[in-house]
Design a protein around this ligand. Structure first.
Ligand SMILES: Cc1ncc(C[n+]2csc(CCOP(=O)(O)OP(=O)(O)O)c2C)c(N)n1
Ligand code: SF4
Ligand SMILES: [Mg+2]
Length: 305
């Protein structure tokens, strides 16, 4: 089943589709959109090892929308949890207690606070051990679950609960994709829920491989980024069209861009839709900051093209 399929009622959904009803997720959550599509492709022969964050709220004991297995870990330890699960499955295989048919794909699921920050050391160690796992990060560019404090993924100049001045966040978003690539994993890819075909192809590719594999999804977040839920899809598309969120993959030792916005829209069209950047436009335009943000995007794409 492709992610293009239109579902008219809950009974039409594939058995692997995440049912979010009854869970305390925000309307328009871009992270949930991406994970739902990813789950459609990966299916229920999976164990999700989920670090504390918004997506842990999907599973409220004793209920979970995951048709396979799900395990909750602290923010920093999902890759270590994944190692334990993978080891246990390997032991069962060796003993002949499960066969290849019953084996499961081990999938870490974390937010950016865990992936870019607290969990990075455990992730690096897991890649060093060539752990056979998929690592999904839904990147909403802040600590969403606790009120959108800044994380290492927060973009420059954005307002967060902890960066409220006229210049917003002082740091620059960490390049997690490149950090993974520097660790020489089997596979790494960036995705977004608003590009479902690109996403589905990358998940299929990742699922066909073994070893450490990263899926890094930008996750437009109406609550943390301060916009109306119905604008989530448009904001996700603008992230790609403006070049803010490059879609790319690392495979066989090379990075390839899977979608290049030939005529990039100015970054302002993305920023002005989000309350977290409102101070760049009012009470007065901060031309210097806007030019700096645009300049960094242009330099990135100049190096690619
Ligand atoms: C070591 C540790 N510190 C703080 C917390 C509290 N906490 C739970 S979820 C969360 C935010 C996590 O941010 P992120 O990983 O980006 O996920 P999001 O909430 O944005 O989905 C925090 C700080 C925690 N669970 N563990
Ligand atoms: S805070 Fe953002 S990432 Fe978290 S559930 Fe709400 S919309 Fe999704
Ligand atoms: Mg986050």
């Amino acid at each position: 089943m492709t992610t293009e399929t239109v579902f008219h009622s809950v009974k039409d959904l594939p058995s692997t589709h995440l049912l979010g009803s009854g869970t305390p997720m925000c309307a328009g959550c871009g992270g949930l959109q991406a994970i739902s599509q990813i789950y459609d492709v990966l299916g229920s022969k999976t164990v999700f090892v989920n670090a504390a964050g918004c997506m842990t709220l999907l599973s409220v004991y004793p209920f979970t929308p995951f048709r396979g297995s799900w395990l909750y870990t602290s923010m920093a330890s999902a890759p270590a949890g994944a190692q334990g699960v993978r080891d246990a499955l390997d032991i069962l295989r060796e003993r002949g207690e499960i066969d290849a048919e019953d084996d499961l794909q081990v999938v870490v699921l974390t937010g950016d606070g865990a992936a870019y920050g607290m969990g990075l050391s455990a992730t690096s160690a897991a890649i060093d051990r060539n752990l056979d796992f998929i690592y999904i990060c839904y990147d909403n560019e802040g600590y969403g679950n606790t009120g959108q404090q800044s994380s290492s993924a927060t973009p420059h100049a954005a307002h967060t609960a902890t960066d409220t001045g006229m210049r917003g966040a002082p740091g620059f978003k960490k390049d997690l994709f490149s950090i993974w690539v520097a660790n020489r994993p089997t596979y790494a890819a960036t995705v977004i829920g608003t590009e479902p075909l690109d996403l589905a192809r990358k998940i299929e590719k990742a699922a066909s491989l073994t070893g450490p594999r990263l899926i890094l999804s930008l996750a437009p977040c109406p609550t943390g980024w301060d916009y109306e839920p119905q604008d989530s899809v448009e904001i996700g598309r603008l992230a790609v069209k403006t070049g803010v969120w490059p879609l790319k993959e690392y495979v066989d030792g090379a990075v390839v861009h899977t979608k290049t916005p030939r005529k990039r829209e100015p970054v302002e069209s993305y920023l002005e839709r989000q309350g977290r950047f409102a101070h760049l436009f009012e009470p007065r335009r901060q031309d210097e900051l806007l030019a700096e943000i645009q300049g960094r995007i242009d330099r990135y794409w100049d190096a690619v093209e």
